[in-house]
Write a protein that binds this ligand. Structure first.
Ligand code: ADP
Length: 446
């Protein structure tokens, strides 16, 4: 097992990883920018190293600085969390070249899945159902028109290196296609330095359902069921639940088995999430994330497994800690992403937290790195915490979530708690009858 893990991230996830290491008796190294000197994970870690100024490009994305921090502290492994360098194949390779373990899959698998065109081709080869669309890159408008005509409008123009909902444009008819392509290309080039595009059938009212998997890199894999992440704003998840209100045990078993077989055949190592859109009883693969997800705690709540510890064990060469038969799903869990933002305009609200009182009690978990007196820096995303609630069934979970949200006090900055307070009393949310467009429509109502 590792002796010392360097956590190449910040915020709630850095603290989450620290906690997993601490329980395993592994020492931790926090790296931080000058804006994060007072962060909770920096205080709790065994050692900390400042790796640069506030801008992420000069600190959390600064590979030479992180490498130096590894060498100075003698860390033998790096956990990248999510975002930042977590899906950077080059970073994984560089660590490997320096004899440091990257806690994640091989750079080969990160690279395949990081290119959404390659990812779809690979998924199709492995027997996973994919969204109908172009076989590969679309090079010209003429090309696109031919393919769009075959699959039928509306179509979605997507960027091969897209992420965070960027580089995605809908074309309702052939007349929109040229425009959609140039806008998507410009957005993707600006955000990812790569304007490669592909085309997909635009599904009307799907749900976003993703399957959590683990592979041992030697041809064994398990799935830990699904998460329903259909509640999205601008293609970004804000509320996730497990199990999905739309699936039953048989459907879960079927899609789970298809996906874990594919992951085993790929000889994938570590945690991964295979994302699908789900409509009229059919699953359509959209992408695979080769890292820990923000919403992993809902899976932890219903399986009782620690996903970060499982990642660490696999990276250290251990076998999967449970077999598929030993995975038991229990009850229902929901996560709300609490952002420091105005709950109606979503304008970020950084600044000093003057009062902080998180909820507690049975089935309530708060993953957050903030505390009273902490100043939220303006340089990073606005996620300041996650409220995860577990109940014996969906109804109990919702009742508990209402109670927990009402207890949550964060003073000094605006947060999205009031939005969730409303949502958990909404009939569609209570009934579980929402799809990926529901929230956007709800928010645009006067
Ligand atoms: P990103 O990597 O940018 O998050 P994804 O491919 O994971 O992009 O898609 C993000 C979200 O965009 C999905 O959860 C869904 O809401 C929407 N989306 C993606 N592909 C389609 C599609 N073919 N039809 C309808 N909606 C889609």
């Amino acid at each position: 097992m590792f002796e010392k893990v360097l956590i190449a991230n910040r915020g709630e996830i850095a603290l989450r990883i620290h906690r997993a290491c601490r329980e395993m008796g592994i020492k931790t190294v926090a790296v931080h920018s000058t804006a994060d000197t007072d962060a909770m994970h920096v205080r709790l870690a065994d050692e900390s190293v400042c790796i640069g100024p506030p801008l992420a490009a000069e600190s959390y994305l600064n590979i030479p600085a992180i490498l130096s921090a590894c060498e100075i502290t003698g860390a033998d492994a790096v956990h990248p969390g999510y975002g930042f360098l977590s899906e950077n194949a080059r970073f994984a390779e560089i660590l490997e070249e320096h004899g440091i373990v990257f806690i994640g899959p091989s750079s080969k698998h990160i690279r395949i899945m990081g290119d959404k065109i390659e990812a779809k081709k690979t998924a199709r080869k492995l027997g996973i159902p994919v969204v109908p669309g172009s076989e590969g890159e679309i090079k010209s408008e003429g090309d696109a028109k031919k393919i769009a005509k075959d699959i039928g409008y509306p179509v979605l123009v997507k960027a091969a290196s897209g992420g965070g909902g960027r580089g995605m444009k809908v074309a309702e008819t052939e007349a929109d296609l040229g425009n959609a392509m140039s806008t998507a290309r410009a957005e993707a080039t600006a955000a990812f330095g790569d304007g490669t595009l592909y085309l997909e059938k635009y599904l009307g009212r799907p749900r976003h359902i993703e399957i959590q998997v683990f592979g041992d890199g030697k041809g064994n894999a398990i799935h830990l069921g699904e998460r329903d992440c259909s509640l999205q704003r601008r293609h970004q998840k804000i509320f996730e639940e497990a199990p999905s209100p739309a699936l039953n045990g048989t459907m879960r078993g079927q899609i789970g088995a298809t996906v874990s077989k594919a992951i085993a055949d790929l000889e994938y190592s570590g945690a991964g999430t295979v994302e699908f859109l789900y409509e009229n009883g059919e699953f359509y693969f959209i992408e695979m994330n080769t890292r820990l997800q923000v919403e992993h705690p809902v899976t932890e709540a219903i399986t009782g497994l620690d996903l970060v510890q499982e990642q660490i064990r696999i990276a250290a060469g251990a076998p999967l800690s449970v077999s598929q038969d030993q995975v038991v799903f229990s009850g229902h869990a929901i996560e709300c992403r609490i952002n420091a933002e105005n709950p109606s305009t979503f304008i970020p609200s950084p600044g000093r937290i003057t009062g902080y009182h998180p909820p507690g009690g049975l089935g309530v978990r708060v993953d957050s790195g903030v505390y009273a007196g902490y100043s939220i820096p303006p340089y990073y995303d606005s996620l300041i915490g996650k409220l995860i609630v577990h109940g014996q069934n969906r109804n109990e979970c919702l009742m508990r979530l209402r109670r927990a949200l009402d207890e949550f006090v964060i003073d000094g900055v605006e947060t999205t708690i009031p939005l969730f307070t409303d949502l958990v009393r909404n009939t569609d949310i209570m009934n579980g009858t929402y799809d990926i467009h529901w929230l956007q429509e709800y928010l645009s109502k006067p």
